[in-house]
Design a protein around this ligand. Structure first.
Ligand SMILES: [Zn+2]
Length: 620
């Protein structure tokens, strides 16, 4: 609580002459809530929003969004001013219930951006803000036609998580504040606009689209995508949007989505959001997927042609419960979104494809986690983080995802699946459309699951998992029979026991291949790498997971025939998960960073700001 008080009382504002300084927050006031969010200026205990009417115009030539955000205040604010978050947005005017009102934009904080303080008379219900975004707005990626799949039309997509919504909508940009929204979006004729809301399935001839999101969401789930987009149905409640040239392949790839939705509901209760659609974005999308409600945003790098990378869809779908329904209160509690989602994702995959399949995913996750824990400073390996003064993106590591997963898996294994499933189902139901702090979750865990058998608590040691560093000794062990078969095949081949033609790999999935490439011995000669490549075509495979792992390994080993493909991959693909290890390998191979910088120079314009920020830091 003390830290919170300090952070807020240090808030400095530039005053516009007659405008009074916002009053300091007292400790008493902060006590009304469990926490406040160190990444937002919004003082939610004083005045908060409950609904948004957005009316915006999308201008591809100027690379700008402009228009009006009209916010309905929640009832009975205790102050006569409200704080919004901004970053680079230019405010044109502000009205309180239709009357011009006093407003102030504060000093820029390097992480949070700027506060917009709007003063309003007592009884005010609506604050209307006229604004325009900057061409460099970090959430928005404006793509030229050449950067799209079909190369005919420009494309725009947003990425609001974690704190980028404030670069395209003036908002109270904290996951602890939820609101419903309606939007009217005007785009160039011939283009389709989609949001995290009820969506059209056909192009509007005038380029005017109206959206409704009747369930309350936090700002990081605000999403917009505009381009030459077509729709294909995949089931009663599921469908896919993509550029026309990608549509058929996308609908084939994700054909199991409806089944995943049914499996998810069978596990943890009814889906709360109406439809569940996907949009396959151009390759510069910085993440695998983004769980924008009703419309998951997906990287095209999972369209592998064999439906082998669809655990990503199970993951984004699972967020419809963990994250979108029960939401981390602040970015320090990010594991509450991601750890639960990875657990849920693997349960969906197990339901559809069996335990031996989901155990491959868990094994790969464990490998990632061990590497990450070894790389990160100790304090960043806690589940509960302290990211004050830092970009919340720093908390987006395998710790939140995989350490969170293994903690929940330990609870499942200790208390039994039946008890754990009942606990989780109740947890989602009783906290639906609410936010969750780590502390609140620990209290719920304590009084529900842990209370059912207190003799087991010591063997779990939840405090060590959540507030301690690294990977505790009681981390569940994962064994994958399918990977064990890969291991013995690989060993026999490396020992020279047989040739490739004798290898039985016809039923291997992408995960087996990934495991194979990740475990190639360090001692292989370049000649043997060439033979391997000639036989399995790793350098040119259309499977991005396997290709990225192989290209990284090739750079590490100095296998030059793969270098041009690595360069091409880095220029074409903007998914950060692949970029980071590839650039890391390039830097290790050439510590002057010249090689990496030369490629990055060509590739950077194609990356979203989220990826640019990470790679900029690596190459500075
Ligand atoms: Zn996720």
């Amino acid at each position: 609580m003390k830290r919170i008080f300090l952070a807020l009382s240090l808030l400095a504002l530039i005053s516009c002459g007659q405008d009074k300084e916002p009053k300091e927050v007292t400790v008493e006031e902060t006590k009304q809530f469990d926490t406040v969010d160190v990444h937002s200026f919004a003082k939610r205990w004083e005045a908060r929003v409950q609904h948004l009417d957005l009316d915006i115009n999308v201008d591809f030539d100027a690379k700008q969004i402009s228009g009006f955000a009209e916010w309905t205040l929640s009832e009975n604010p205790t102050a006569d001013s409200i704080f919004f978050d901004l970053d680079e947005i230019e405010i044109k005017n502000v009205w309180a219930d239709g009357q011009e009102t006093k407003w102030t934009v504060g000093e820029t904080d390097p992480v949070k951006g700027q506060p917009l303080v709007v003063h309003f008379p007592e009884g005010t219900q609506k604050i209307k803000i006229e604004y325009v975004t900057a061409p460099s707005a970090a959430a928005l990626q404006w793509l030229d036609p050449q950067q799209t799949h079909d190369k005919k039309h420009p494309f725009l997509f947003t990425q609001s998580q974690a704190i980028l919504a404030r670069t395209w909508i003036p908002c109270q940009d904290s996951p602890g504040i939820r609101y419903t929204y309606n939007a009217k979006v005007t785009v160039p004729k011939g283009m389709m606009a989609l949001m995290s809301a009820s969506n059209p399935q056909e192009v509007d001839p005038d380029g005017v689209y109206e959206f409704e999101m009747p369930q309350p969401i936090p700002s990081y789930l605000m999403a917009l995508s505009v381009g030459d987009i077509a729709f294909a149905s995949m089931g009663e409640r599921t469908g896919v949007y993509a550029e026309p040239g990608m549509l058929e392949a996308s609908a084939y790839e994700f054909a199991d989505t409806e089944k995943m939705l049914e499996a998810a509901e069978a596990l943890y209760g009814a889906y709360a959001w109406g439809r569940y659609d996907l949009i396959v974005l151009p390759p510069s999308f910085p993440f695998g997927g983004m769980e924008n409600p009703r419309l998951t945003f997906v990287t095209p790098t999972v369209v592998a042609g064999d439906r082998s990378l669809t655990s990503l869809i199970a993951h984004e779908l699972a967020h419809s419960w963990s994250g979108n329904l029960v939401t981390n209160d602040t970015w320090n509690d990010f594991w509450v979104n991601e750890g639960f989602t990875v657990y849920f994702e693997r349960r969906i995959m197990e339901s559809l494809y069996g335990r031996d399949y989901s155990e491959m995913l868990a094994t790969l996750g464990h490998q990632d986690l061990e590497e990450t824990v070894a790389d990160l400073p100790k304090e960043d390996t806690h589940l509960k983080l302290d990211l004050k003064g830092r970009n919340p993106d720093d908390g987006l590591t395998d710790v939140a995802y995989e350490k969170g997963y293994f903690f929940l898996r330990l609870l499942e294994e200790t208390y039994g699946r039946e008890k754990f499933d009942t606990f989780l189902k109740n947890y989602f139901q009783s906290n639906a459309f609410k936010t969750m702090t780590t502390e609140k979750f620990m209290a719920i865990l304590d009084s529900n699951l842990l209370a059912t058998d207190s003799t087991l608590i010591a063997s779990v040691n939840p405090e060590e998992w959540v507030y301690g560093p690294g990977l505790p000794n009681n981390c569940p062990r994962v064994t994958s029979e399918r990977f064990q078969r890969v291991n013995s095949t690989l060993k026999a081949w490396a020992d020279g026991a047989f040739s490739f033609d004798e290898m039985e790999t016809s039923d291997w999935s992408s995960h087996e291949w990934l495991h194979f490439v990740r475990h190639l011995p360090d001692t292989l000669s370049l000649d043997r790498l060439a033979v391997l490549d000639e036989h399995f075509h790793f350098t040119t495979t259309g499977n991005s997971e396997v290709q990225a792992a192989w290209l990284t390994y090739s750079i590490q080993k100095g296998y030059e025939p793969a270098f041009p493909a690595a360069e091409e991959f880095l220029i074409r693909v903007g998914r950060r998960k692949f970029l980071t290890p590839l650039y890391k390998a390039l830097i290790a191979e050439d510590p002057t960073k010249e090689k990496a910088r030369a490629i990055y120079k060509k590739a950077r314009p194609n990356y979203h700001s989220v990826s640019q920020e990470t790679i900029d830091a690596m190459l500075k």
